[in-house]
Design a protein around this ligand. Sequence first.
Ligand code: GYE
Length: 312
Amino acid sequence: AIAATLCAGGVARAEGLTVGFSQIGSESGWRAAETTVTRQEAKKNGDTVKIADAQQKQENQIKAIRSFIAQGVDGIFLAPVVATGWTQVLTEAKDAKIPVILLDRDIDPADKALYLTAVTSDSVHEGQVAGDWLVKAVGSKPCNVVEIEGTVGASVAANRKKGFDDAVAKDPNIKIIRSETGDFTRSQGKQVMESFIKSVGGKNICAVYAHNDDMMIGAIQAMKEAGLKPGQDILTVSVDSVPDMFKAMMAHEANATVELTPDMAGPAFQALNAYKKSGTVPPKWIETKSTLHTSQDSDLQQIYDEKKNLGY
Ligand code: GYE
């Protein structure tokens, strides 16, 4: 056992790290994939990850973080369900000298002293990419948009709304006529779309913007059940690029999705290892890419297959 921990020169090799990950839950296909990829990345790095599923509740996340602190983990990954209310518990982690890395969502107030780095996309930009796509797709005709928002209080929901609003505000033809939360889930996305169709009439809706693909997949179901043709009569644009969205685009039932990698943990493990083992301080923000895919692309099947191999 001792030999295994020695390098060629007889110098002790640093043992793998133990990381506690306070995960939000499994509300979307994207998040389930993020959890899977986190496990894979821990294994690849020779690290250990303990994952606590908070079932969408901040109080459960706070309990999990306190438990990780009590266990003396080497680092904590946190995907904050909502943006506010973290100062106290993150100060406790800081006092215990346990670095915290934010995954996929931000905190507010953005007290940068409370975490080592944040691995996230630019979620305002994601909304802009979605909005810019819609402006082009709509052309010069009037277009009533309904919006299905993510979890109330989550940084990404506020940001995806802002980016989209800014982009479509440039086009006087486009009007956002309804906006409601679907909490990032398929079932609520479907319910919200049903209520939009009821209140404004399917024929009066020109496009749907959903803050994630799962809600859009629910909305597509609602449109089909109401006898509408999503992807044709009603344009769709959403965020994540889960495999099922590629299926929907290949079936011409959806139009566009902004891709978000579920691999937030890879860069997080790298940053934590470099910090713990050589004191390297990472930048405060490690930004992941946002790529647009549309139903007109020729590589949809290929990307679907790649995603399926990745952890989805
Ligand atoms: O887009 C959505 C998930 O925080 C970026 O949360 C993440 C979002 C993701 O539930 O599907």
